[in-house]
Design a protein around this ligand. Structure first.
Ligand code: AMP
Length: 383
């Protein structure tokens, strides 16, 4: 894969596909992580006096239609503060001001407002890919999508390369996927087995221990033959959960927190064999066995909370677990939106060796899939 650092970009015009798909409330960006993650590539380009046109999507507007709530203007405002200079918003790909404005950093309006993005058309890909001298792909978070700005643009660009964030992501995730130091422990929590089945299967074949949490744990608890009452489980996944359990790597919680409602009616601490038929398992306690495993691991992969951690009544398991990961000396890697918000809530992000900016892309990479943008970049050769 051609790296940005291997090319001469002095005074060149760069189109950089970034992932600035951030949460916005009443015109204000709520979480700056993804914007800050673009800094290494942007600073590198600015240091070489390159001009930059950033391209990103935001949310899910109707394709080809401008919708104010999905405008990137609030992102440009936040990015201007982070980058220390004005980020100028460009509304049209045909705008002659592209690379000729007063600012060295411009941001194209939400790429999903443009016809052809979702359909991955050659026309839009060609236009985007060759708008500048070089197409830099740095949007790891969208590298699993086959769209014009993430796929066709790379294919049709005269010159395309990976950005610094993408390189960092690939390096860290590959380390957790293929070059793992053992013991290797994966923690997979969250709502549903079905959305993470491929991940669980792939990781189960590589890791020494798979700690399950959240609704996922509930399905495994049921597969182990225990009563789960009214808990969120997936009946269709019980058989496969049983097969995975029989392979001996999955570790179930010993104690869980139950309640009769999500609001916290009759909260109780129960052994996993003592859950009542009117109860829901909404959190779990981190057992001594799990603590020992986490602390003794050389590699830790974490995706998904152990309980309904958004509610303080049911956040204890996720909090305890994140603190154990923070204490561990192993290489720890975390990914997924909920997981990162748990990390931000309970520990210092720097206590985790690597936090991926990807949600879906992180899961698919860890499932062992070839992501379309990365595949397209690998096929590019030096001119
Ligand atoms: P995911 O996106 O699959 O990682 O799922 C995260 C969501 O799972 C969070 O919003 C949690 O509230 C939810 N969750 C975690 N544990 C449970 C549980 N025991 N029952 C229901 N939902 C849960």
């Amino acid at each position: 894969m051609i790296k940005l650092s291997s090319l001469n970009i002095a005074n060149r015009n760069l189109v950089i596909r970034v992932d600035m798909n951030v949460p916005i409330k009443e015109g204000d960006v709520q979480d700056l992580t993804r914007i800050k993650a673009c800094l290494p590539t942007i600073n590198y380009a600015l240091d070489q006096d390159a001009k930059i046109l950033l391209v990103s999507h935001l949310g899910r507007p109707t394709e080809g239609t401008y919708e104010e709530i999905f405008s990137l203007k609030p992102v440009a405002k936040a990015a201007s503060e982070i980058f220390g200079q004005r980020v100028e918003v460009i509304e049209s790909i045909e705008d002659p001001a592209i690379f000729h404005g007063n600012s060295s950093i411009q941001l194209l309006e939400n790429i999903r407002f443009f016809d052809g993005e979702k359909a991955n058309t050659e026309e839009l890909g060609d236009k985007l890919g060759n708008l500048g001298d070089l197409y830099v792909f740095d949007a790891f978070g969208t590298s699993h999508r086959e769209q014009a700005s993430t796929h066709s643009s790379i294919i049709h660009a005269n010159a395309a390369c990976s950005g610094i964030l993408l390189e960092k992501e690939i390096e860290a995730l590959t380390k957790a996927l293929n070059n793992t130091q053992k013991p290797y422990t994966a923690i997979i929590g969250g709502a549903k087995v079905s959305t993470k089945l491929e991940l669980i299967k792939n990781i189960n074949s590589k890791a020494d221990h798979v700690i399950v949490g959240g609704g996922i744990a509930n399905t495994f608890i049921k597969a182990a033959g225990y009563e789960v009452g009214q808990s969120l489980i997936e009946e269709s996944m019980v058989t496969i959960a049983k097969e995975l359990l029989d392979q001996g790597k999955v570790i179930l919680p010993e104690k869980v927190i139950t309640s009769e409602t999500f609001e916290g009616k009759n909260i109780s601490e129960r052994g996993i064999s003592d859950v009542g038929i009117n109860e829901m398992i909404l959190d779990q306690l981190v057992s001594e066995k799990i603590k020992d495993i986490v602390l003794g691991s050389k590699t830790i992969l974490w995706n998904g909370p152990l309980g309904v951690f958004e509610n303080d009544y049911f956040s204890k398991g996720t909090e305890e677990l994140s603190k154990e990961i923070a204490k561990s000396n192993g290489f720890s890697i975390a990914g997924g939106g909920e997981t990162l918000s748990a990390i931000n809530k309970f520990i210092n992000k720097d206590d985790v060796s690597y936090c991926s900016t990807g949600g879906g892309a992180f899961l698919e990479f860890m499932e062992g899939k070839d992501l379309p943008s990365i595949q397209a970049l690998k096929a590019k050769t030096y001119r």
